[in-house]
Design a protein around this ligand. Sequence first.
Ligand code: HDL
Ligand code: ZN
Length: 433
Amino acid sequence: MNLDRPEFKWQALKKMVERAVRQSPILDIHTHLYDPAMGELLLWGIDEMLVYHYLLAEGFRHIQMPYENFWRLRKEEQAELIWKELFIEHSPVSEACRGVLTILHSLGLDPKEKDLPALRNWFQQWDPQAHITRCMELAGVHRIYMTNSPFDAAELAYWAKGWARDERFAAALRLDPLLLDWHNTAPQLAEQGYDVGEGLVEKTLQEIRRFLNEWTDIMEAHYVMVSLPPNFTYPSASDAAAILEGAVLPHCRERNLPLALMMGVERAVNPALRLAGDGVGRADLSALKNLCADFPGNRFLATALSRENQHELCVLARKFRNLHIFGCWWFTNTPSLIDEITRMRLELLGWSFTAQHSDARVLEHIIYKWQHTRETIAAALVDKYVDMAAAGWEPTFKEVQRDVWQLFGGAFEEFLGVRTVPEAAPDPIDWPE
Ligand code: HDL
Ligand code: ZN
């Protein structure tokens, strides 16, 4: 028996690391959640959880009806079908299924409850504000970064009215239509009063910068973001490259904002699945390398959707200190890949990365995505600290707290150059021993 294994010789160290990971506050730097003042945009409750596009993709593997027939069903009917196929007739083994179990269990509900209407009644009793606070407390999340699009009609209606912001919800300015579909987006900017023509001449690029400045101010955006297809290249003669060079990157330098590149998503691989129809492709990371090298005055956040990109992404982060990599995004947000990717990052980058973002689309998602991530990352960190201890370097609890906070928001704050944890939150490393 190897008494050097954590469960024996390093029992105290193992428990200390698990406690620090369990307790750490979290900045959730990319989600699709919204400030509670944005009403119906913030999804929550059992039906939204069950029609989450991750579960729809898995449910469609059992549901034989034509896709269009499914889409014509009411949301409650869609949820009933998913519940039947993935939780009653099959054990809920997938990560997204287990997520529903974790949420129900954390909220004190019985995950083996067969009666969906009873669960529905339970959620409907909650006041949204109280439910948000409860979910954030259960998840240990101190700040939620939204994905805010000035091209989304539903969202525009709220920005037009304005409201007293909930400081727990920070904004990020999403630019996919501007960079990836300029031909159809130019008229939208023109309608909003920007003097843009189809040609990306200097006047148009200046007007795009005015658009970016105004939306950065309206949203109080903390970073700018775009998702990119696997075949995105830079440099190139594309509209995206011209708009990046002539407007977005100068804007980010002027406003001291990082640009987040989310690489390797192939949209609408199966359009019939709607939001569940996007796929993954290995991205050409030379685009990221060239952007980091050509624009040393810009800071880049980056995450890659393909497992095959992860090692190259780590090595790029070693080469460019204006690059900060984050998260196990979407199809890599599974225990086996979070474990593999996090260990790779710790071994190549130390603490200078952000381990995870939830990508939550439904409020309760933050409960499962962060509980599962904390479990997986704690196991990896125990091994790493045991390795250090075995070489004579045993950490104090405060050192572990400091390190863990780096992975869950501290490194991101350093990269942003600002403390973003709300003042009301406890100082991330001032916990009781
Ligand atoms: O482009 C993105 O931000 C992705 O996260 C998509 O929204 C995707 O549908 C998703 O929710 N992934 O988790
Ligand atoms: Zn997302």
